[in-house]
Structures are given as structure tokens and as C-alpha cells.
Design a protein. Sequence first.
Length: 232
Amino acid sequence: MKIDTESFSYHVVFSAKRRSIALQVRQGHLVVRAPLATNLADIKRVVAEQRLWVVKHLQQSKVLVNKPDYLELGLLPLQNVKLPLTFKRMTKSSIISVDGVLNITVSNRVKPDRFNAKVIALLQDWYKQQAFIWFSERVNYWHKEMKVQPGQIVIGNWKTRWGYCKQNCELGFNWRLMMAPDWVADYVVVHELAHLIHLNHSSDFWSLVSDYYPQMEEAKNWLKRYQHTLDI
């Protein structure tokens, strides 16, 4: 049985084995499992009470469903381009870029069930290398424009932040930004450098970022919309 609400739809499945109502979110869909004799009004009441939980998990589930499988596609985003991938087995694992193609070699010693995990580890290391080069160049450009003095640059692997700026002027950037367009990653550079002047998110801070980077709102919106795609 399908039931529609203002925010989402869900299917109700009755079972003689169930003793209580259970809500399950799978692959972007909500299924409500209930005992055979359950009143429909009670089911709707439970779903309404759990509406915020349902909406949150539906969004998370849809993100996972829509996340590209770059290894399966054989294409990997690097800022404004997509690089074809090739895979082979040899004595030593490595990644070599030749004429815009990433040639990924996995050691013969890696077991078949660990092949993808090894490829992902190699790609993350490769992205970190590209990120350090690119962010070093962009920080060098923007610190002169903004007249600030940055410290050490660190490339990190974080799930919940794109970068940071410490009181000692150390700057950190997420390697996943190399999977985004360069103008989006450039916004993060300006954002973190602006913290060298305002180590907060005050109105003065946002005004400063906007002055140097008029595409600030577009970049922020891009990250919110496509952040789930920036992972291997």
C-alpha cells in the first residue's frame, strides 16, 4: 500500500510476524513494516512523529544512490576535466599520468578482493599530491592579492570540512576539492586566507571573502549540491 504525504511517499507492508511498527529507509525510499492488525491511522501517526528522521535519512540515502562510481565508469574528475582510467597488474603498484590518461597498476601481490581498495588508496595518494601542488600555487597567488602571510599548507582527508586556518597561520585543504571545478576550490583558498584577518565567520569576514571572490555564493551552493560526488 502506498501513502503520500507533503514531503514524501512511503509503502506499508503488513506482516503476521511483526509485533511493532518499523520504519526502514533503503535506496531513497521509505518502507513501513507493521503487524497485520495495525490501524492505518496509527501508522500515519508514527510516520508523522518521525518525519524529521525520515526526511534526513531519505536525503542521505538518495545521496548515496546518486554517488558516481568512478571506477566503474572508468573516468575520474580532476577539476575541470575527466581523466580516463586504465588498470593492469604488475610487480609494483603505481599511478602514472600519460597524455591525460591515468594508468593505474596494482601489484600482483594484492588479492583480488582487495583490488578496488588498493586502487582507491592509490588514487587518494595521487589526489593529495595534485592538491599540494595546486593549493600551494593558489595560496601563493591569493596571499599577494589579499596581503596576508600564510604558514604551512596541509592536505587532509576529512569527511565534514573543506579546509581550515589555524592561529599559527597553518592552512589545511581537503584533497576532495581536486574533484571539484577549480573556481570552487579557489573559493576555499580565499575563504581560509580571509581567516588570517578574521578568525571567525562574522559579517566582516564574509564581506571580505565576497570582495575578493564575487563567485562566493555560487561556489558555496555548488559544494552543498554536489559535495556527495567528491569521493572515490
